[in-house]
Each structure stands twice: as structure tokens, then as C-alpha cells.
Design a protein around this ligand. Structure first.
Ligand SMILES: Cc1cc2nc3c(=O)[nH]c(=O)nc-3n(C[C@H](O)[C@H](O)[C@H](O)COP(=O)(O)OP(=O)(O)OC[C@H]3O[C@@H](n4cnc5c(N)ncnc54)[C@H](O)[C@@H]3O)c2cc1C
Length: 292
């Protein structure tokens, strides 16, 4: 790790001033589970590190009547996993969190760090995109709200500017009769990065058996998490059976763009997209039906 100067701001304003001052030469550090690893490997060599973990006002989640859930960027993955309120109102988020790293990592890793690091394998991203979540980005000049669907621009790349902080994630309340399931596939089991990750969110009409809305979001097998919109289109408005699910899963696999990597060949990963998409769709449809 190269030499760097470390700051510990106590307020958002202080952090934003430092970010404006040092801009491209600085890195924000939240939990540090990504940043420190990359600094040790000399993949990034910031001259200034701005540790935001002490800004307590960024560690929260709360429910707003009209806007749903708001999650401060410093909320760690373990908190999401263990919250009874989230389990009751946004079951799909603890379900994602349980699949994330080890307990030790989940205790430190933050939701903001997971999104800003923007690895294609970031586990929180696909379900949050499926839920139409938005990110609140702030700089000294003001704030902007960006749909997470537009936040990621490529591996490790986002629309976040060097002088901005992602301070909050806003998640609208899912419509009634909605179920979400995320499944990550790893080669050696739980505590590693996904080879394939797929999130699905399914909504049923209140009167008949038709699926009124569906989201399928692919992680890892695309440069940035992305909706499989062609697969979604063949399910939306239909009565769902196994044949249709198989067809949608195949289309999602065709929409994915995996590359050969140490974690599997492109063909293997594409086939895993088909299998995982089929499984998450089945689970989401079964859950929504049994809750009706
Ligand atoms: C052993 C191990 C296992 C892991 N397993 C998983 C896993 O199963 N799934 C998974 O998705 N990830 C996993 N990771 C990766 C990592 O833990 C997560 O991405 C984590 O959520 C990052 O959060 P952090 O708070 O530690 O981020 P940091 O390391 O502090 O920051 C990551 C990046 O985001 C930037 N950043 C952080 N917060 C903000 C903010 N609020 N505003 C602007 N920029 C910000 C930093 O500058 C840095 O570039 C693992 C890592 C390790 C070491």
C-alpha cells in the first residue's frame, strides 16, 4: 500500500469539502472491504483517503409513507439481513443480504460501498434495480437523484462524480401481491463473489391469475447489472406456466453477455443464467401465489 493522508470527517458537509478539495486524488472509504483490498494490491493508489464511517447521520434506515424505504449509505449488510421490519416489508432485501459474503464481511460492508464499487458481481444491485430504487448523490453544489438502473456504466464505473457522495438509497414500496427472489451461484459455495446473480420481482393482478409486472435483473454476466427486458416482456400480462418460464429463462440467457473468466467459460455462465433465472422465477411465482 502506498502512502496516503487519512481524514475522518464527522459531518457530510466536511466530507464534501474534502472531496471537492482533493477530488480525483482522493478515495472515500466506508467499510473498506473493497477499497483496502484494492489499495493493498496497488490497483488504486489514492493520495488522500476520506473515511466516512464516523458520519453517524449516514447510518440509518426508515420508512416514509409516500416514498417507501430510505437507507443511509453506511447501513451495513448485516443490519439489512437482521432487521425484522425489513423482513416484514421488504423481504427480498434480507434474502439478498443472507447470500452476501461471511458474517464478518456483512458486519462491515456497507450498501453504499457495494453500489459505488460497482463490481458486476455486487450482490445488492440487481434486487435494488428490480425494485426501481434510486440513489441520492450529493456534492457541495447540491443533490441529484439517479435511478439505480442508470447508475452503473460498466465494470467499476458509475455516474458518480469524484466530488460526490452517494448518501442514500430510496426504495419504493413494492405493489401488493409482489414477491422478489435473488439467487447467486458460486462455484465453491456461499462466501465468495457470484459467478451468476439473478434477481426477479413478480407482481400478480388482484383479480385474475395474470402476472401484471415482472423484473428480471442480471448481475455478473453483463458489464453492469441490467434488466433482461425481452424476457420480462414475454411474461408480462400472461398466465404463467412452466413452459413460459423456461422460455423466459432462455431469452434472459441470450440477453446476457458473459465473458470467459477464471470463474467459468462464457458458455457455462450463459447456461447458468438460464438455470438460475428459471429457478428464481419459479420461486417468485410460487411465493406470490401462496401469499394470495
Ligand atoms: C472476503 C470478501 C468477501 C466479499 N463478498 C462479497 C459478496 O458476497 N458480495 C458482494 O457483493 N461483495 C462482496 N465483497 C465485496 C465488498 O465487501 C462489498 O462490495 C462491500 O459492500 C463494499 O462496501 P464497503 O463499505 O466495504 O466499501 P469500501 O471498500 O469502503 O468502498 C468501496 C468503493 O466505493 C466507494 N464508496 C464507498 N462508499 C461510498 C459512498 N457513500 N459514496 C461514494 N463512494 C463510496 C469507495 O471510494 C470505494 O471506491 C467481498 C469482499 C471481501 C473482501
Amino acid at each position: 500500500m502506498g502512502p496516503f493522508e487519512y481524514f475522518e470527517p464527522e459531518t457530510v458537509e466536511e466530507a464534501l469539502s474534502l472531496l471537492r478539495k482533493y477530488s480525483d486524488t482522493a478515495k472515500v472509504c466506508a467499510g473498506g472491504t473493497d477499497l483496502v483490498v484494492r489499495m493493498r494490491k496497488h490497483l488504486v493508489n489514492p493520495q488522500f483517503v476520506i473515511g466516512i464511517a464516523g458520519i453517524r447521520e449516514l447510518d440509518y434506515f426508515r420508512f416514509e409513507d409516500d416514498e417507501g424505504l430510505r437507507v443511509g449509505c453506511l447501513t451495513n449488510i448485516r443490519t439489512i439481513e437482521r432487521s425484522p421490519q425489513l423482513q416484514e416489508r421488504y423481504t427480498m432485501l434480507p434474502q439478498v443480504a443472507r447470500q452476501f459474503g461471511s458474517i464478518a464481511i456483512r458486519n462491515v460492508a456497507t450498501i453504499g460501498g457495494n453500489l459505488c464499487n460497482a463490481l458486476p458481481s455486487a450482490d445488492m444491485a440487481p434486487m435494488l434495480i428490480a425494485l426501481s430504487a434510486k440513489a441520492k448523490l450529493v456534492s457541495i453544489d447540491g443533490e441529484r437523484i439517479v435511478p439505480l438502473e442508470d447508475f452503473f456504466t460498466g465494470p467499476g464505473k458509475t455516474v458518480l462524480r469524484a466530488d460526490e457522495l452517494l448518501v442514500e438509497v430510496r426504495v419504493p414500496t413494492p405493489p401488493p401481491h409482489t414477491s422478489g427472489v435473488y439467487q447467486k451461484y458460486t462455484t465453491r459455495g456461499g462466501e465468495e463473489l457470484a459467478v451468476v446473480g439473478v434477481a426477479t420481482l413478480v407482481t400478480w393482478g388482484s383479480k385474475d391469475e395474470r402476472c401484471t409486472d415482472v423484473r428480471i435483473v442480471l448481475g455478473t454476466v453483463v458489464p453492469a447489472p441490467m434488466r433482461a427486458k425481452e424476457a420480462e416482456a414475454i411474461l408480462k400480462g400472461k398466465r404463467i406456466d412452466d413452459e413460459l418460464i423456461e422460455k423466459a429463462a432462455q431469452i434472459a440467457a441470450d440477453e446476457s453477455r458473459p465473458r470467459d473468466s477464471i470463474r467459468g467459460s462464457a458458455d457455462y455462465r450463459r447456461e447458468m443464467v438460464r438455470i438460475i433465472t428459471r429457478d428464481v422465477l419459479r420461486q417468485a411465482f410460487e411465493r406470490t401465489q401462496s401469499a394470495r
